[in-house]
Design a binder for this molecule. Structure first.
Ligand SMILES: Nc1ncnc2c1ncn2[C@@H]1O[C@H](COP(=O)(O)OP(=O)(O)OP(=O)(O)O)[C@@H](O)[C@H]1O
Ligand SMILES: [Mg+2]
Length: 505
């Protein structure tokens, strides 16, 4: 063989090697894609929502197991077929026109759409769906729909209400220690702010006006709600808490107001939580998460003191104290149209603001020692207290999770105190928290030229930060509070305490 031939052969061999490698890589990518595809298919088939999709021509391209179950059809019989060929459209308002085409035309989702249609065997189906357009390579490529059988929703609501009724009855049974077990006396706090807040709560507990409790997460809103209930004329009645953020929007109305048989498939005669709270207190937690449309109905309940079960023609008068709570600034929520202003004024006949823990340093001491005693009793140990070295960084820490965070940290640290009568110290706390405390301490390093205690430095830093933000926002309180991520009332309080004035500096 000639030299040139050998050279070419070698080149060819190298090319083959490269092609082989590329092939292996492509195969790996293919394997990964296949695995991901398989995983997604498995997930789609294991969820309780029906998922269904059509391409831009109305051809069915996705049909999960839940849809198979509710429609009684086989995936293999519908996939690849046109929607209009699969379903018999007795009603003029068919799925294609009512949903698919609408979403394709408007390129906007359809949310919480109640849709009734007929299956090929003539049976009627009721579903509650959300339908969305989907895009491929920036082009509209079809519509996907996620939905639930209304019958299962009805059953779910009934089960939830029955369960809640049982719970309410159990919890409000005096022989049971659960339920609204906190009294206002159980609220620990030595600071002027906390004493004033508890005094206000005690004063308004005796009236029947609605109360809005505002405070960051972990400041004790639920504690106050229970305390007020127990100090009120409604104390003998039930305390019914509802977390508006935890209940799906589409169910909240039925859960609050109840349903009557026939209101929709699966609906039964059952009182809602308002009726369950008769002669007691209903605690509407995270009220800012309540859908806007439902807020209008709640406003009517507050004004007329009657509720109407869904599907009912009659109204039932109610005698229930309403306490609501929010951990977002309600003024901002009203401004951003998350809370209706008319509802807000009704709910907030009395407002109780619970200050964050960082603003009541005294309480860090008393609460800290209170939690040490609590966990000593619980664990059967004798931790003496909190060391001086730990109390200092505790005072300067920001406590974003407020009292709950303090309680959790103390509980966690007490597990690591080795000798019975030692004090709780920095080294007992989880590593991540030790690091956080140390970082807080380092802030003063960023303020060269300023001397004195960490507390005075922090205050100076806070003052500067707030003043600059106020200037930037032309002293608009709502905007400044938003920028600083604090409640409007907190900002007003700080302006007063730090003595900030427009002509300052
Ligand atoms: N002043 C206090 N005295 C004693 N315990 C308190 C106090 N404040 C809060 N706690 C405790 O802190 C924890 C959190 O309180 P709670 O659940 O009432 O807070 P929350 O404001 O409702 O929080 P979230 O907004 O996260 O729901 C609870 O274990 C509660 O007992
Ligand atoms: Mg709470």
């Amino acid at each position: 063989m000639k030299r040139d031939d050998i050279g070419e052969l070698e080149l060819l061999r190298q090319e083959i090697e490269i092609l082989k490698k590329t092939n292996i890589q492509l195969q790996e990518v293919g394997d990964d894609l296949e695995r991901e595809n398989q995983l997604l298919k498995t997930i789609l088939d294991s969820i309780h929502e029906g998922v269904y999709a059509t391409d831009e021509k109305g051809k069915i391209i996705l049909y999960n197991r839940e849809v198979e179950k509710t429609e009684g059809l086989k995936r293999s019989d519908v996939l690849g077929k046109k929607e209009t060929d699969v379903y018999s459209y007795i009603s003029e308002n068919n799925f294609y026109e009512a949903v698919t085409e609408k979403v394709m035309k408007t390129v906007k989702p359809l949310i919480e759409h109640h849709y009734k249609y007929y299956l090929p065997n003539g049976k009627r189906n009721d579903i509650l769906i959300n339908a969305f357009p989907f895009f491929y390579q920036e082009k509209l490529a079809g519509v996907y729909t996620v939905g639930r059988d209304v019958k299962t929703i009805g059953e779910f609501i009934s089960n939830t209400l029955v369960m809640q009724r049982k719970l309410t009855m159990e919890e409000n049974n005096p022989a049971n220690v659960k339920g609204a077990r906190y009294l206002l006396d159980h609220i620990i706090g030595d600071s002027k702010e906390m004493k004033e807040t508890v005094a206000l709560a005690r004063k308004v507990a005796g009236h029947s006006s609605p109360i809005l409790i505002v405070g960051e997460t972990g400041t004790g809103k639920e504690l106050f709600a229970q305390g007020i209930h127990n100090a009120s004329l409604f104390a003998k009645g039930p305390f019914v808490p509802v977390n508006c953020a935890a209940i799906p929007d589409s169910l909240l109305e039925s859960i609050l107001f109840g349903t009557v048989k026939g209101a929709f498939t699966g609906a039964v005669d059952i009182p809602g939580l308002f009726e369950q709270a008769e002669n007691g207190t209903i605690f509407l937690d995270e009220i800012n998460s309540m859908p806007f449309s439902l807020q209008a109905k709640l406003l009517r309940v507050l004004q007329d003191k009657v509720v109407r079960r869904i599907g009912s023609k009659t109204e039932t008068p109610i005698n229930t104290r309403i306490i609501s709570a929010t951990n977002v600034d309600p003024f901002v929520a009203v401004q951003e149209q998350v809370i209706r202003s008319d509802l807000f004024f009704r709910l907030a006949t009395v407002t109780i603001d619970i200050p964050p823990l960082r603003e009541r340093k005294n309480d860090i001491h008393v609460l800290g020692h209170y939690f040490i005693r609590k966990f000593n009793d619980k664990f059967g140990i004798f931790v003496k207290g909190i060391s001086r070295d730990l109390i200092k960084p505790f005072e300067h820490y920001y406590w974003p999770g407020n009292v709950r965070e303090l309680e959790n940290i103390i509980e966690s640290g007490m597990n690591f105190v080795e000798h019975q009568d030692d004090e709780l110290d920095l080294e007992h706390l989880p590593m991540y928290f030790q690091e956080r405390l140390l970082k807080t301490k380092e802030i003063s390093k960023y303020m060269p030229g300023i001397q004195g205690t960490l507390r005075s430095n922090l205050q100076e830093f806070e003052k500067r930060l707030i003043y600059d933000a106020l200037l930037r926002n032309s002293w608009n309180i709502t905007r400044t509070a938003q920028e600083l991520g604090i409640l409007r009332q907190n900002l007003q309080h700080k302006i007063k305490v730090l003595n900030l004035q427009k002509e300052n500096r």
